[in-house]
Design a protein around this ligand. Structure first.
Ligand SMILES: [Zn+2]
Length: 380
C-alpha cells in the first residue's frame, strides 16, 4: 500500500515525549515546553528528528509535514534517514522564543533557507509556518501569508485547537480567527490549518470557499482534552483533510494506524452514523487524503509517475483472517492493522525498513542521544 502521509508533526519533539502529562495546552506550552525549547541546539534537534524519522518509517509513514525550528538540522536528519518531508519552518513570537529573533527577521531567514535549499533536496519541500494567530501579531500573519502565496509555498498554522485560544483576538476584532485570517489574505494560497476543532459554521464555510485544508489530529486533541474536530462535516463540505500525529509530547507516538482508527471512531461516535467513513475512505484519509491536504498529487498513491513511497504489510497474522469477501482485506487493515504488521518500507524507491527494522538509522545510538539530551534540557 502507499506509505502514510502524516500532515501535522513536530517530530524533533521526541525530546519532550512524556514531558507534560495531564495539563492543558496553554500551560504545557508556556510553563514546560517553551522554556525547554529555548535550550535546544542543532545537534539536539538532529537527534530528536532522527529518532522520530525511524519511528515514522517503522510504522509505515513515508511523508511527514513538519512545523519546527532548526530547519538545517531537520534537513540533515531527513536526508540521512531517507524519509520524505514537507518542512514548514516556524515563525513565532512568544515567551522564551527571543533566540530566533523578531518575526520579520525570522521570516527573512526562513525565506532565504527556502531559496538556498531550492530543488537540491528531492525528498524535501519547504513551506512556511506561522505558529498561530495567538503567538504572532496580525501584521506578521499578513506578511507570512503573502510571502508564501507569492512563492506557491505551503503555509501551515495552528487554528482553533482549543476553545479559548482565539477569544482575545475575537473580542478585539469582533470576528473569529479564521475570519481574521481571511481578511488578512492569509487564506488565499496553499493553506494547511492544523486541528480545526472549534471551527464555527461560518469558519467551516470560509474554509470550504477558500479551499483551506485541515490537519486532523484526533489523538493529540483527545489527550490534551481540546475536543474532537468535526471530521465528517468538514469532509461533507468538500474540505481537504489529512491526519496528523502532532507532537510526541501530546500523543505520545507517531502511530498513523492509531490515528486513522481514532479518527473514524470519533466520526462515528459523534454523528451516530455507522456509514460514516467506511474502511476504504479511512485508509485513503491517511494516505491520499494527506497528500491532497498538502497539495501534493504525487504522494499517497501507488501509480506510475508518482513517488515510489510504499509499504509491505505482513498479512500472515490473525488480524487478517478470515478473508471471505474482497473488501475484507481493507477492513482488516483499517480496523485490526497495527504498526507491527509493517514489514518493509520504501521511500523514493529506496528501502528504508527491512523486516520491521529501520535500516537507515542507528536506532540504538539515536535512543541514547535523545535520552541524554532530553535529560540535559529538562534539568539544566
Ligand atoms: Zn501542532
Amino acid at each position: 500500500m502507499p506509505g502514510f502521509v502524516d500532515v501535522h508533526c513536530h517530530t524533533p519533539m521526541t525530546l519532550f515525549r512524556g514531558a507534560s502529562e495531564d495539563v492543558a495546552l496553554d500551560r504545557f506550552l508556556r510553563e514546560i515546553l517553551w522554556p525547554r525549547e529555548a535550550k535546544l541546539t542543532d545537534d539536539d534537534v538532529f537527534w530528536g528528528m532522527t529518532l522520530g524519522c525511524a519511528e515514522h518509517l517503522r510504522g509505515g509513514t513515508t511523508t511527514t509535514c513538519e512545523m519546527y525550528v532548526f530547519e538545517d538540522a531537520i534537513v540533515e536528519a531527513v536526508r540521512a534517514a531517507g524519509s520524505r518531508c514537507v518542512l514548514t519552518p516556524g515563525v513565532i513570537e512568544a515567551p522564551g522564543w527571543d533566540y530566533i529573533g523578531p518575526w520579520s527577521e525570522r521570516l527573512d531567514a526562513v525565506l532565504s533557507f527556502r531559496d538556498h535549499l531550492g530543488d537540491s533536496a528531492e525528498t524535501i519541500e519547504v513551506g512556511i509556518a506561522a505558529h498561530a494567530a495567538y503567538t504572532l501579531p496580525l501584521e506578521a500573519l499578513e506578511a507570512i501569508g503573502a510571502a508564501a502565496h507569492e512563492r506557491g509555498a505551503l503555509v501551515h498554522i495552528h487554528v482553533a485547537e482549543t476553545e479559548g485560544e482565539g477569544r482575545e483576538l475575537e473580542e478585539q476584532h469582533g470576528k473569529s480567527v479564521p475570519a481574521l485570517l481571511g481578511e488578512l489574505g492569509f487564506l488565499d494560497g496553499r493553506v494547511l490549518a492544523a486541528h480545526g476543532v472549534w471551527l464555527t459554521e461560518d469558519d467551516r464555510r470560509l474554509f470550504a470557499e477558500r479551499d483551506v485544508a485541515v490537519a486532523h489530529c484526533p489523538t493529540a486533541n483527545a489527550k490534551l482534552a481540546s475536543g474532537i474536530a468535526p471530521l465528517a462535516d468538514l469532509r461533507r463540505r468538500g474540505i481537504r483533510v489529512g491526519l496528523g500525529t502532532d507532537s510526541p509530547a501530546a500523543n505520545n507516538d507517531f502511530d498513523m494506524w492509531e490515528e486513522l482508527r481514532l479518527a473514524a471512531f470519533f466520526a462515528r461516535a459523534t454523528t451516530l452514523d455507522p456509514e460514516v467513513l467506511p474502511a476504504g475512505e479511512v485508509l485513503a484519509l491517511a494516505t491520499r487524503g494527506g497528500a491532497e491536504a498538502l497539495g501534493r498529487d504525487d504522494l499517497g498513491v501507488l501509480a506510475p509517475d508518482k513517488a515510489a513511497d510504499f509499504v509491505h504489510v505482513r498479512t500472515d497474522d490473525a488480524a487478517f483472517v478470515p478473508r471471505v469477501e474482497e473488501r475484507d482485506l481493507v477492513s482488516h487493515l483499517v480496523w485490526a492493522g497495527t504498526s507491527r504488521h509493517v514489514a518493509d518500507v520504501w521511500v523514493a524507491g529506496v528501502q528504508v525498513v527491512e523486516d520491521g527494522r529501520c535500516t537507515t538509522v542507528d536506532v540504538e545510538r539515536a535512543r541514547a542521544e535523545v535520552q541524554e539530551r532530553a535529560t540535559r534540557v529538562a534539568r539544566s
